[in-house]
Write a protein that binds this ligand. Structure first.
Ligand code: NAD
Length: 339
């Protein structure tokens, strides 16, 4: 097993390891949490100690947390027990949230099975559930003691889910990994075909990048906010399309195109950098042109959780010494970006 990083988050050690399918199915734990689509990856022994939830974002609720906790009580687990989440971001976020609550905190390990969860959700200690129409409104910071990253799981992902994860990979590249950016440009076909060696390499780039950011700023009081590149625009688009028409990855990709345009209009990045980033998004097949009402979109941005002191703050790419900046944009300028 290759250790990618051994990080100290507050007092919680979080070990990030690259693992094989054999290693994950031999892993020990006291309670396994999976969903309908990932339960098949559990070994018979793990399945005996499992709670299997229906798949999907709509299940990211307190009711699911209660089911996990009820199963823990049924299995007579205590504070030294180990919860293991095996699934995408929904299962990882909920398993860690439940672990942070059970007996005021028990141990948790995560086995992300989507590309998005490997490169993003499982790394960094944010846990939670949705509340009504508010995403991740309730949760805790509770880093897993170990994250098992097994790139083989991406093989069975539906294309749309894989592309969702790739949008976060592109975000990482734009935020400051030039080698990854070049890899995405030069190896696009092979990455889309999920070449195992390249997929592994791409995941390692992202995990290292995110771990470094989180190590610096676990609670998002500074640099971690940069990971929201494209998300303020993207969430607004997702929300006005009722979280159904546009996937999260498509929203983020479109949002990044708007952030890149905003940076270009402000003169923060060159025409060449602008073209390069837009070309990358287009080449990966993300639609960048949606019919929407600008008024509705601006209104939806007003509801974004990332507003500080009543001001919308946006992450925009930059050039030179720093790769991004976080700043408010006024409505007149926003309209220029969106129209
Ligand atoms: N904690 C964080 O820092 C953080 C960061 C980003 C996103 N998130 C959260 O992650 C969630 C999105 O994660 P996601 O995109 O992984 O969604 P998801 O967990 O809903 O998984 C997407 C779908 O893929 C299925 N699936 C999972 N692994 C599979 C596999 N190997 N093969 C086939 N199907 C598989 C799932 O059952 C589900 O239907 C959101 O709730 C978001 O808020 C959290």
């Amino acid at each position: 097993m290759e250790i990618l990083k051994d990080i100290q988050f507050d007092s919680f050690p979080s070990r990030l390891v690259l693992a094989t399918l054999e290693e994950t199915s031999a892993a020990q734990g006291d309670l396994f949490v999976a969903d309908d689509n990932t339960a098949g990856f559990l070994s018979p022994e793990q399945r005996e100690k499992a709670v299997i939830l229906p798949a999907g974002e709509s299940e990211k609720t307190f009711a699911s947390i209660e089911r996990i906790l009820a199963r823990a009580v049924e299995l007579k687990l205590d504070r030294s027990s180990l919860f293991v989440g095996l699934g995408g971001g929904v299962i990882c976020d909920m398993t860690a949230f439940a672990a942070s609550l059970y007996m005021r905190g028990t141990r948790v390990e995560l086995m992300p099975t989507t590309l998005l969860a490997m490169v993003d959700a499982a790394v960094g200690g944010k846990t939670g559930v949705d509340y009504g129409s508010y995403k991740n409104m309730i949760g805790t910071f509770y880093p897993a003691r170990q994250v098992w990253i097994c790139p083989d799981y991406v093989k069975s992902l539906p294309d749309r889910e894989y592309l969702c994860g790739l949008a976060e990979v592109i975000k990482t590249a734009i935020l400051g990994d030039e080698a990854l950016l070049i890899m995405l440009e030069e190896k696009r076909e092979a990455l889309l075909a999920r070449d195992p060696i390249l997929v592994r390499e791409m995941i390692v780039h992202c995990v290292r990048f995110k771990a470094k950011v989180v190590e610096e700023d676990l609670r998002e009081s500074g640099v971690r906010a940069s990971l929201n590149l494209g998300h303020t625009f993207g969430h607004a688009l997702e929300s006005i399309t009722g979280f159904s028409g546009v996937s999260h990855g498509e929203g983020v990709a479109w949002g990044m195109s708007k952030a890149v345009l905003a940076a270009r209009l402000r003169g923060d990045i060159s025409e060449a950098a602008y073209r390069r980033q837009i070309t990358l998004l287009t080449d990966f097949g993300y639609p960048l042109d949606y019919p929407f009402s600008v008024d509705e979109l601006i209104e939806a941005m007003g509801h974004d959780k990332k507003i500080q002191g009543g001001q919308k703050r946006f992450v925009l790419p930059a050039e030179g010494g720093k790769r991004f900046q976080i700043l408010p944009l006024d409505e007149t300028f926003l309209r220029k970006v969106l129209e």
